[in-house]
Design a protein around this ligand. Structure first.
Ligand code: ADP
Ligand code: TMP
Length: 236
């Protein structure tokens, strides 16, 4: 059967399936930065990000976190629960970097005393502006209860990932999550967890093992993704 694409994003394509409750996500090698201002390709990124996302979702499920992944039918495809995405980018930061460092005048690498949660309104035309709890409630992007759930899940996910990655000699600097509602209204972790939406630094050398190598033209982009995959799964 010919698959019908229902959405093509910057990094992934969503296809309908025979089951109206499920979607097939196809992971591309396309890379963008600055809301699409910089475009490129990272060879085999789609394959590596699909594998790393599956790995992280399995790890989180072992700790009781529900996520959207149902199966990985091929190296670039993930079958997921179709969700109504809550239009928020949920950013969790353990160490100042990127836009936080710039906005608050902090040196990159400054440890935050507590994890910082930020919300951005998912809207490419507006450049995903930062919003707070009041904006979210006033615009009815999520309910108060949903926001509390999102915040609690995000902090728990941060704990699980930070501890796991430390053993792999990786510091989790910051990352972005997305959540969606299932047909019963339950809030579930969606999208992906990969070097595209996380900052990973080698614990000893502080070398960047994530998409900042692409964003900042640092070179060694593919090697950084490969190294993260190797540290997580042992796979070359
Ligand atoms: P973008 O839309 O920012 O360009 P992607 O290329 O990664 O990003 O596209 C994937 C899209 O799929 C995102 O808009 C994301 O919100 C959405 N998505 C992720 N998981 C699900 C899901 N389980 N159900 C429906 N949509 C999802
Ligand atoms: P930032 O420092 O650029 O705001 O990014 C914080 C984290 O969120 C970083 O790990 C990258 C991730 N991120 C996304 O995944 N998508 C985005 O659109 C943005 C702005 C950040």
């Amino acid at each position: 059967m010919e698959k019908k694409a229902i959405y093509e994003g910057k990094a992934k394509i969503l296809y309908e399936t025979d089951n109206s409750d499920e979607l097939l996500v196809y992971y591309k090698d396309d890379a963008t930065a600055g809301n699409g201002a910089k475009k490129g390709t990272i060879v085999d990124k789609g394959i590596m990000n699909n594998k790393m996302t599956k790995f992280f979702f399995d790890l989180l499920a072992e700790h009781g976190i529900e996520h959207h992944c149902l199966a990985v039918p091929s190296e670039r495809e993930m079958l997921v629960k179709k969700l109504t995405i809550i239009p928020l980018e949920v950013i969790i930061r353990n160490v100042a970097a990127g836009s936080l460092a710039a906005r608050l005048g902090l040196a990159e690498g400054t440890k935050m005393k507590i994890p910082v949660i930020e919300f951005c309104y998912k809207n490419d035309d507006l450049g995903d502006p930062m919003v707070n709890r009041y904006h979210i409630l006033a615009m009815e992007l999520a309910t108060d209860d949903e926001l509390t759930t999102i915040q609690n899940l995000s902090l728990k996910i941060n704990d699980i990932l930070t501890k796991f990655l430390k053993e792999k000699k990786v510091d989790l600097i910051d990352f972005k999550l997305e959540f969606g509602r299932d047909k019963d209204g339950k809030v579930i972790l969606a999208d992906e967890i990969s070097p595209d939406n996380c900052r990973f630094w080698d614990s000893d050398t502080k070398e960047k093992l994530d998409k900042d190598r692409f964003r900042r033209d640092l070179g060694g982009v593919e090697d950084a993704y490969k190294e993260m995959l190797r540290r997580l799964t042992g796979q070359e």
